[in-house]
Structures are given as structure tokens and as C-alpha cells.
Write a protein that binds this ligand. Structure first.
Ligand code: NAI
Ligand SMILES: N[C@@H](CCC(=O)N[C@@H](CSC=O)C(=O)NCC(=O)O)C(=O)O
Length: 369
């Protein structure tokens, strides 16, 4: 079939809106009509060429919501007409990782997904006969996309897709990192570096966890108003201080912060976030994505004196079993999604969404088809 899509033909190039060919779903696959998709910084990361798994030409997008059109052989968990959210972290329920009870990092389709292909090692997308790669197992920048059955969460059909698409990545990542990865407890102090979609979601999660001080940090003070709305108790701009931000935070808190979250993708900030963590028990959660070759470093003494450094993917959330409940929470108002949607636009304008993000003028732009 034919599908309108925003295709990245090369790193650093604007997306081109073209009509691509989409093959039918094969065994264990599902054809979806995407209704809405967010534009996340990770899309920009891959488009920049910094992603070691970045392949071109590719249909990007991984923060979407849609409706099942057709299912391939053997698919039983969804049927045509079902409302779904594609998952860039699948949940097969059978692999070592799904069965471990320790992680959400399912590996069922991760290897082929990282090569921009479907589980059988082939692509369903082409343009004028030229194969196009899939992206993060989702490719929500195509109106019609094919994903693996294990990469789909079936959700309440009454949910607003313009909002719940954000549970496909950013909001789930931030909220989940607080509850699942850090396990923030009532009264704990929290510092969140970077107030984009992920950082603001982490603030919302910290408020849900009844954290004490919630210190929001960004070099763009325009982000502070929304941070306060979500529950930040203090907002600080590193540019306002002569000394390093971790020294500022230690002065503010005495011995450091119980939990810090890096929601930027800057390895230098990751170091600051660790070194701002509380002596003896503080933990720093890396959420931000940094490009190939980037490494983090700190003195071993920082760890010897009780700090823990860990990472979080998709907020530790198991998408097929847990995302439907988060959609219900959003429908009950227990997760506030509307404030994240600062812009909406049609697919033809998707390059403006990237510009707005880079200019710091948006939190999430949601594309509608
Ligand atoms: N681990 C995971 O599962 C996921 C990771 N990510 C990653 O999380 C990061 C954040 O994503 P978004 O919120 O969409 O990005 P964004 O670009 O919307 O927000 C980043 C924020 O950091 C601020 N910032 C930049 N440099 C700073 C500095 N030196 N100090 C303080 N603030 C600074 C910017 O002003 C902006 O407000 C990205 O690296 C993205 O790739 C995104 C989704 C899931
Ligand atoms: N291909 C990238 C992967 C970067 C990364 O860490 N991705 C996050 C999700 S970011 C979503 O917006 C993640 O959850 N990774 C887990 C995984 O299985 O990839 C690179 O190689 O840098």
C-alpha cells in the first residue's frame, strides 16, 4: 500500500514528505495506521548522525499512537480496530530479560531493530524501489507502519491519541525513572537536570512520589514556569552561578541530593548530576542519550563515598503489561499529559517541530495525520 511519510534520506538533512510503499505485515507483525506522533529529542539525535545505530534512508518516529489495520499470521493479542501504542522497548514475556523480573529490556526484537529491520531481517518500507530502514521498531513518522506484535501495547480506545502518544516515550520515561528506577520515597530530595519532555515528566513523577525538595535545573529559564506547574520546588539556571552546578546543589542541600536525574544527554552534566548526589546514599539516574564515543567519568572516590550511578530505559516500564494502565491513569487525570503538548501540526510541517525543539520553544510537538 501507499503511505505518506517523513523520510530522513541522510544525516543532518531535513525530512522529506513523500509517498512510500508499505508491504503487508508478515508472521507476527501488525500494520497500524498512526493517528498522532510526538517528536522526541532522540529522533533528532539519530537524525544528527550521532547515533551509532543510525541508518539512512529511514522512517524515524517512536512516540506514537494508532489503530490496527491488519494483522499477520499468528497474531492473537490485537485485531483490526484496536487502539495501540508502538513500543521501542518490546515485551515478549519469554526472553531471559522479560522473565528476570529485574528489567524491562526485552531482547526479542532488539537485534534486528537496531539494524533498522523487522524480526526476519527485512524491511517493509521502500520508496521508488529503494529500501527504507525502520526506526526503533516503530517508525511513527509514516502514516502506515508495520511493527512486531511484541512491540505493541493495546490501549483504551477512548483515550485521546494526541496526548497518550506521549506515553510511547517521553512521559513514561520520566515518570517511570522516578518510580521504577530510582524508587523515590516520600520526603526524598530530587534534582532534575534538563526540563524537556523527559525532565518535566520526572518532576511530575517526583510529585506523585511525594518527594520533598524537587530542584529543577535548566539553562533555558523559559522552562521554569512549566517545571513549577508540575511540582518543582526550586528552579535554578547553571549560567547564573560562577561555581559548578554540583557545588551549588551541595551548598543548597548540605550533603547533596538523594536522587538526581540527567535528562539531557550531556556527559559533563551526567558527571555533575552524580557528584551532586548525597554522600553515603545518593543515586544518579542517567536518562539522556549521548552519541558514539561519548563517555562518562568521575573520580572513584565519588562512588567509594556511597554514590550510585545507574541508567534508565523507557522508565523501566514493561510496555505491553504496564502502559495500558498508565493510559487509564492519564484518562483519570492522575498523569497530566496536556501541558506537554505545546504545539500540534500536520506531517508536512514536521521539520518545524525539530526547529522548535532545537530553539527551546517547545516541549512536545504532536504531529497529526
Ligand atoms: N533513556 C530513555 O529511555 C530515553 C532517553 N531520552 C533522551 O533524554 C534526553 C532528553 O530528551 P527530551 O526531554 O526530549 O530533550 P529536550 O531537548 O526537549 O530537553 C533537554 C533540555 O535540557 C536543557 N539543557 C541543555 N543543556 C543543558 C545543560 N548543560 N544544563 C541544564 N539544562 C540543559 C535544554 O534547555 C532542554 O530544556 C535526550 O538525550 C533524549 O535522547 C529520551 C527518551 C527516552
Ligand atoms: N541507538 C542508540 C540508543 C540510544 C538509547 O539509549 N536509547 C534509549 C531510548 S531513547 C528514546 O527516546 C533506550 O531505551 N535504549 C535501550 C535500548 O534497548 O536501546 C544508541 O546506540 O546510542
Amino acid at each position: 500500500m501507499k503511505s505518506r511519510a517523513a523520510v530522513a534520506f541522510g544525516p543532518g538533512k531535513p525530512l522529506e514528505i513523500v509517498e512510500i510503499d508499505v508491504e503487508p505485515p508478515r508472521k507476527g507483525e501488525v500494520l497500524i495506521k498512526i493517528t498522532n506522533t510526538g517528536v522526541c529529542h532522540t529522533d533528532a539525535f539519530t537524525l544528527s548522525g550521532d547515533d551509532p545505530e543510525g541508518l539512512f534512508p529511514v522512517v524515524l518516529g517512536h512516540e506514537g499512537a494508532g489503530i490496527v489495520v491488519e494483522v499477520g499470521e499468528g497474531v492473537t493479542s490485537v485485531k483490526p480496530g484496536d487502539h495501540v501504542i508502538p513500543l521501542y522497548t518490546a515485551e515478549c514475556g519469554e526472553c531471559l530479560f522479560c522473565k528476570s523480573g529485574k528489567t524491562n529490556l526485552c531482547v526479542a526484537v532488539r537485534a534486528t531493530q537496531g539494524k533498522g529491520l523487522m524480526p526476519d531481517g527485512t524491511t517493509r518500507f521502500s520508496y521508488n524501489g529503494q529500501p527504507l530502514y525502520h526506526y526503533m521498531g516503530c517508525s511513527t513518522f509514516s502514516e502506515y507502519t508495520v511493527v512486531a506484535e511484541v512491540s505493541l501495547a493495546k490501549i483504551n480506545p477512548d483515550a485521546n491519541p494526541e496526548h497518550v502518544c506521549l506515553l510511547g516515550c517521553g512521559v513514561t520515561t520520566g515518570i517511570g525513572a522516578v518510580h521504577n528506577t530510582a524508587k523515590v520515597q516520600p520526603g526524598d530530595s530530587v534534582a532534575i537536570f534538563g526540563l524537556g519532555g523527559i525532565g518535566l515528566a520526572a518532576i511530575q513523577g517526583a510529585r506523585q512520589a511525594k518527594a520533598g525538595r524537587i530542584i529543577a535545573i535548566d539553562t533555558n529559564p523559559a522552562k521554569f514556569e512549566l517545571a513549577r506547574t508540575f511540582g518543582a520546588t526550586e528552579c535554578i539556571n547553571p549560567k547564573d552561578f560562577e561555581k559548578p552546578i554540583h557545588e551549588v546543589l551541595i551548598e543548597m542541600t548540605g550533603w547533596g541530593v538523594d536522587h538526581t536525574f540527567e535528562c539531557i544527554g550531556n556527559v559533563n552534566v551526567m558527571r555533575s548530576a552524580l557528584e551532586a548526589a548525597h554522600r553515603g546514599w545518593g543515586q544518579s539516574i542517567v536518562i539522556g542519550v549521548a552519541g558514539a564515543g561519548k563517555e562518562i567519568s568521575t573520580r572513584p572516590f565519588q562512588l567509594v563515598t556511597g554514590r550510585t550511578w545507574k541508567g534508565s530505559a523507557f522508565g523501566g516500564v514493561k510496555g505491553r503489561t504496564q502502559l495500558p494502565g498508565m493510559v487509564e491513569d492519564a484518562m483519570k487525570g492522575e498523569i497530566d499529559l496536556a501541558p506537554f503538548v505545546t504545539h500540534t501540526m500536520g506531517l508536512d510541517d514536521i521539520n518545524k517541530a525539530f526547529d522548535l525543539m532545537h530553539e527551546g520553544k517547545s516541549i512536545r510537538t504532536v504531529i497529526h495525520y
